[in-house]
Design a protein around this ligand. Structure first.
Ligand SMILES: *Cc1c(COP(=O)(O)O)cnc(C)c1O
Length: 728
């Protein structure tokens, strides 16, 4: 030690009176509430501390802060004049957490100290928190962010996956390989949840084959607390310690055990935490065992019979179903159900047949496997699908549960999904809105009138802003593709080619989503010659950016990726196609902020809602989509493009062939001409008008603020015992 270090120096105090340690602690406090992730002033603060490391560390502020000591932070803050920004951000966080005047305080008052308990198997909040795989998770993340912003009392329950979902890489032949990486827990904004004595909370689930235990983590997402159950603890067998390590990994036994932990374990965790929910929201069937545990509690505490308790608990329960694809509904064999629910069934005092009957459309039908969606529908008084069209499909799909009712009377409504505006809106676009929208617009993003102000924006300015974002997207694509080439050991020439891929002046189409076959990523390649012509038109060229993962066991999906990724070797498509590996929230954000057109061509009516196209709207991109999911109720002829007329043939082959034709016709006759039709100033006036119509009419309708307000009014408040409001 040098002598100077042995003498404690007085704490350094900077210009505005904060010590280096205080400054550091403020940054840590900001990093420990995921509020930072949708608050651009705060995320840009972390970025500015060290832009290179910020990117390398997957935009993880806790990992970033570990690379600083208080003194180094102080030095950097001085260099960058960050003091006032840090202090301001910290003050804003405190104000946000402390504010009492919210939409929820007026509209969800009945909930009071009894929050909604929102259960979901995945939460997509930010790329640095890898506990999501795709749409369902991102929806849950957006749901709780909006609940936070609106001040709706809500706690969320999920699972902690220590390896998350896989990282995708493509080999030379375009084949997907999957890599699972251990997440460093100390880099995540999580703490063990503790009871009143400060002891870590553990929950235990009995099964016929032994006990399962889980610890409970807590995480702050703005004003919402998210609890995550984790089986990697002492007391579990080595195999069970891996139970919650991966999303949607393993076999059906893994799946039912994960769902036991999520549903039953989640309800037990809430009890251990001293939280009494006003109502339960099961986001998808994965958590549908939960209400059985709530019923057990009511029987035990209040001496109710099973039937009475079921009626009351169902009254408190809201169930959302998300898929019209049959394989999307979890089904379990009798033996697995008895192994895992047997001990709980004993306590409920119901028979083997009675329990199985709760998961069957026809309770006595031994041929029927136990279905979590059926269980969810039977244990909830309010159920909903996630778009208007999906509502029809779902009512028809489950009509036999209510054989005496006509379709319109099937008690399943719909609340169309939406996206969290602050999370998906580009900074440049927000600055534009800030100048033309009312000053409090950020607090009223779910209100229609706010967005009408887009018509006041100068068309040239909107176009310029959009083009700046498109340029950013293209440099992102070039960076990622050249990195991919380098990793595969490709020639210097190939890497160089990747560095110049795509052209900012060209109409740019984006396609990013899971590679499930019904989403038909290959539809654009039904006729390769026609596609080549479209892409290489001498005056009106087109370029396309793809991204997406296939489920590890979905070989046909992987084959689709291989086909599309390999087209880059076809000289007809050189420079006009890009496939970005490892689709995640970060890749999605870049894509939806920079594309001209977002392409969505699923086989109708299999896309329950879809949300990625809603993110595009906010940033001025246009949707070009089959009339399925949310787009079937959004498209009005002036706010984007419809592929086909919203019909499907019973034969998939015929449907695909027709839709392929429609896709080419829509692109060739509508999208491309409109994009390249310029006025004397070089502006595509009609295109810009369409962008404005899309923003004005759709941004608020398909925001998660509107969605959470709908859930609150039509489901949460009545389920918690307040006055009822009808769902559409
Ligand atoms: C928004 C989002 C999705 C959902 O989009 P879809 O339209 O349902 O495909 C999936 N994955 C990620 C990473 C997203 O951000």
């Amino acid at each position: 030690m040098t002598p100077s270090q042995t003498v404690p120096s007085p704490p350094k105090i900077n210009a505005d009176g904060t010590t280096a340690q205080e400054l550091y602690d403020k940054c840590l406090a900001l990093a420990h509430n995921l509020w930072w992730s949708w608050t651009p002033e705060v995320s840009s603060l972390f970025r500015d501390l060290d832009p290179v490391r910020w990117r390398q560390l997957d935009h993880n502020p806790i990992a970033l802060m570990k690379e600083f000591t208080p003194d180094r932070l102080d030095l950097r803050a001085a260099e960058m004049v960050l003091y006032s920004r840090i202090n301001h951000a910290y003050r804003r966080l405190k104000e946000y957490l402390g504010s009492k005047q919210t939409w929820g305080s007026t509209h969800a008052g009945v909930l009071g100290a009894r929050p909604i308990a929102y259960f979901s198997a995945e939460f997509g909040i930010h790329e640095s928190m890898p506990i999501y795989s795709g749409g369902l998770g991102v929806l849950s993340g957006d749901h709780i962010k909006s609940a936070s912003g609106l001040g709706v009392p809500l706690v969320a329950i999920g699972l902690f996956y220590s390896q998350g979902y896989f990282k995708q890489q493509l080999d030379e032949s375009g084949y997907q390989s999957e890599e699972y990486i251990d997440t460093r827990i100390d880099n995540l904004p999580m703490q063990p949840a503790v009871d009143e004595e400060g002891q870590p909370i553990m929950v235990s689930m009995e099964t016929r084959s032994g006990n399962l235990v889980a610890k409970v983590w807590k995480m702050d997402v703005g004003r919402v607390r998210l609890y995550l159950l984790d089986c990697n603890v002492e007391g579990n067998s080595p195999e069970d310690r891996q139970l919650t390590s991966r999303l949607y990994g393993g076999d059906t036994r893994t799946r039912i055990r994960q769902e036991l932990v999520l549903g039953v374990g989640g309800v037990r965790a809430l009890r251990a935490l001293g939280i009494t929910p006003g109502a339960y929201h099961l986001n998808e069937g994965h958590s549908a065992f939960g209400p059985l545990e709530v019923i057990r509690g009511r029987m035990h505490d209040d001496g109710m019979t099973f039937d009475d308790a079921l009626r009351e608990v169902a009254q408190n329960t809201v169930f959302t179903t998300h898929t019209p694809v049959p394989a999307g509904h979890d089904r379990f064999d009798e033996a697995l159900v008895e192994e895992h629910l047997g001990p709980l069934r004993d306590q409920l005092g119901i028979s083997y047949e009675q329990l199985l009957g709760l998961g069957r459309v026809e309770p006595q039908n031994n041929e029927e496997t136990f279905c979590m969606t059926v269980l969810g529908l039977k244990l909830s008084r309010r159920a909903n699908a996630v778009s208007q069209l999906h509502g029809h499909v779902t009512r028809r799909m489950w009509a036999h549960l209510w054989p005496w009712r006509v379709e319109e009377e099937i008690p399943i409504g719909h609340i169309t999904n939406g996206v969290h505006v602050q999370s998906w809106l580009a900074e440049q676009m927000r600055h534009l809105y800030d100048r033309y929208f009312p000053s409090d617009w950020a607090d009223r993003m779910g209100a229609a009138e706010v967005w009408q102000n887009i018509h006041k924006v100068d068309p040239g300015e909107l176009w310029e802003t959009h083009n700046a974002l498109k340029t950013l997207l293209i440099s992102f694509v070039r960076r990622r593709i050249s990195r991919q080439c380098r990793r595969r050991g490709e020639s210097e020439e190939a890497v160089e080619h990747a560095r110049n891929l795509l052209d900012p002046g060209v109409l740019t189409i984006g396609f990013g989503r899971r590679f499930a076959t019904y989403k038909r990523a290959h539809l654009l390649f039904a006729d390769l010659d026609r596609t080549a012509e479209l892409l290489n038109h001498p005056e009106h060229p087109v370029q396309v950016i793809f991204a997406g993962k296939a489920h590890p066991k979905d070989e046909p999906g992987k084959e689709l990726i291989r086909k599309i990724a390999n087209l880059r070797h076809d000289p007809r498509f050189a420079g006009r196609l890009a496939f970005i590996e490892d689709y995640d929230i970060n890749v999605c954000r870049h894509l939806i902020q920079g594309v001209d057109v977002w392409l969505n061509n699923p086989r109708r009516p299999l896309e329950a809602s879809g949300t990625s196209g809603q993110k595009v709207i906010l940033n001025g991109g246009l949707n070009c989509s089959i009339l399925d999911g949310w787009w079937a109720e959004a498209h009005d002829g002036s706010n984007g493009f419809a592929i086909g007329h919203g019909t499907s043939h019973v034969s998939d082959e015929i449907t695909d062939a027709r839709d392929g034709q429609y896709l080419y016709e829509t692109l060739e006759n509508q999208v491309v001409p409109l994009f390249y039709r310029r006025d004397v100033d070089g502006l595509p006036r009609e295109w810009i008008r369409m962008m404005m119509n899309s923003i004005a009419g759709l941004a608020w309708r398909f925001s998660s603020d509107r969605m959470v307000m709908d859930y609150t009014r039509t489901c949460y408040v009545p389920a918690a015992g307040g006055l009822s409001c009808e769902m559409p």
